[in-house]
Design a protein around this ligand. Structure first.
Ligand code: NZQ
Ligand code: ZN
Length: 390
């Protein structure tokens, strides 16, 4: 069992109608002027933006707004947000949306209270010393950014997609009303379920150690997401299924499923960020496309975990050698991904990276990770290329 730190300062307000508490929650922080940050229009169409503004007005909280965040959020809009917020005297950032909006809000938060170029943090050239408070109204269960220390930004110069983790950016509050996710297209819902699964799997597949309570929570979380992802295919308005997935999304990436097991692989994430940076695909779909190849490449180095996953999560019968069972578990996961409309190859993802592009992605992935990545098996640039080629 490994030592660990667990820090989750985010106040969670979960359930129907909770978005109407946004104004009161900002007021509690003592902040006076909000930047409302959102995406390309789903929050206007659903009427959510109007309800949030009404909630702020009811508490006499002033606000300005900046929409236009795109999936794989861009650095240029972050700069715009910083400039606008400085001009308007903003002291609180309220993200209404999914991971892209929340991550863009966190980046603006860093830019507001640190001098110099905010990209330096994402390029890992220096550390932020503070972050302006960020609150979240979540509309897409996926990234866990509503409770996490991470944000991921794409720099259009060189199409580098880079993550920066710092506890300073953990949101002050996260409003989570599962009903708000009912307007999602089925593909986005299932991309979200995939990302949620992957945040736990990245911690679960480790050769570092184990802690029974953590592993048990992780397995329950994975089984819950798999069964509710199936339900949501046919019943997108099933409140309980939406709620199970939404809470799983937060728990999957707030650190809980990594406590004591030393799990911090995140190689599939590293590989995927290069793919979505270069080809602008949905993050969850990119993860599903890569996972099977990663798993087959590393499984021998992490056999006890792959065996346990097969039996405890995928329901594979405990008959045969460890390796046979492990491979059946990987295959079952890929069948599950396909059953919810997720790709399990570049071909399914509808991209065709050339050999040169795969070499470039492997190089960028390795450089971003400081030369090596993974705890199920340590991967170097040549391993990364081999997985892309698979
Ligand atoms: O822009 P709008 O119109 O709002 O549409 C969005 C967007 O097109 C739409 N959407 C969101 N909520 C909706 C909705 N449409 C209808 N009804 C709703 N209720 O969904 C689309 C995708 O949104 P996006 O925020 O991009 O998705 P997601 O939450 O999956 O975020 C993906 C980004 O987060 C990063 C990913 O790499 C990617 O850039 N990640 C962030 C992490 C973190 N901060 O901890 C960890 C993750 O591993 C991940 O890397
Ligand atoms: Zn992810």
């Amino acid at each position: 069992m490994n030592n660990f730190k667990y820090f989750t300062p985010t106040k969670v307000i979960f359930g129907r109608g909770t978005e109407n508490q946004a104004g009161a929650l900002v007021k509690e922080t003592g902040c006076k002027k909000v930047l409302i940050h959102y995406g390309k229009g789903s929050v206007e169409k659903s009427g959510l933006l109007g309800r949030i503004k009404a909630s702020l007005e009811a508490e006499q909280i002033a606000y300005t707004e900046l929409g236009g965040v795109v999936p794989n959020p861009r650095l240029s809009l972050v700069y715009e947000g910083i400039e606008l917020s400085k001009k308007e005297g903003v002291d609180f950032i309220l993200a209404i949306g999914g991971g892209s909006v929340i991550d863009s809000a966190k980046a603006i938060g860093y830019g507001m209270v640190n001098s110099g170029n905010v990209w330096d943090f994402y390029a890992h050239e220096r550390e932020a010393s503070a972050c302006m408070p960020v609150g979240v109204v979540l509309t897409l269960a996926a990234t866990g950014s509503e409770m996490s220390s991470s944000s991921v930004i794409t720099n259009e110069t060189g199409w580098s997609k880079r993550g920066y983790n710092n506890n300073l950016s953990r949101p002050v509050f996260a409003i989570m009303n599962p009903e708000l996710t009912m307007t999602l297209p089925p593909f986005q819902t299932e991309c979200g379920c995939t990302d949620i699964l992957m945040h736990t799997m990245e911690r679960y597949f480790t050769s570092a150690g184990n802690m029974e309570i953590t592993d048990g929570i992780a397995e329950a979380l994975m089984r819950t997401v798999i069964s509710n992802a199936r339900i949501l295919l046919d019943e997108p308005e099933n409140y309980n299924a939406r709620a199970e997935v939404m809470w799983a999304g937060s728990l999957s990436h707030n650190g809980l499923t990594g406590c004591g097991n030393g799990g911090d692989d995140f190689a599939t994430h590293g590989l995927e960020h290069e793919v979505s940076g270069l080809f602008d695909v949905a993050h969850g779909a990119g993860l599903a496309a890569l996972w099977g190849s990663w798993a087959r490449y590393v499984h021998k180095d992490c056999l006890p975990r792959f065996y346990r996953f097969a039996v405890n999560v995928m329901g594979i019968a405990d008959k045969g050698s460890l390796e046979e069972i492990a491979l059946k578990g990987i295959e079952a996961m890929e069948i599950f991904f396909r059953s919810i409309g997720m790709p399990t190859s570049f071909h399914d993802l509808e991209i065709e990276p050339t050999e040169q592009e795969m070499k470039l992605m492997a190089k960028k992935c390795s450089t971003a990770a400081g030369g090596r990545k993974g705890s199920a098996k340590v991967l170097y640039e040549a391993d990364m290329l081999a997985i892309y080629e698979m």
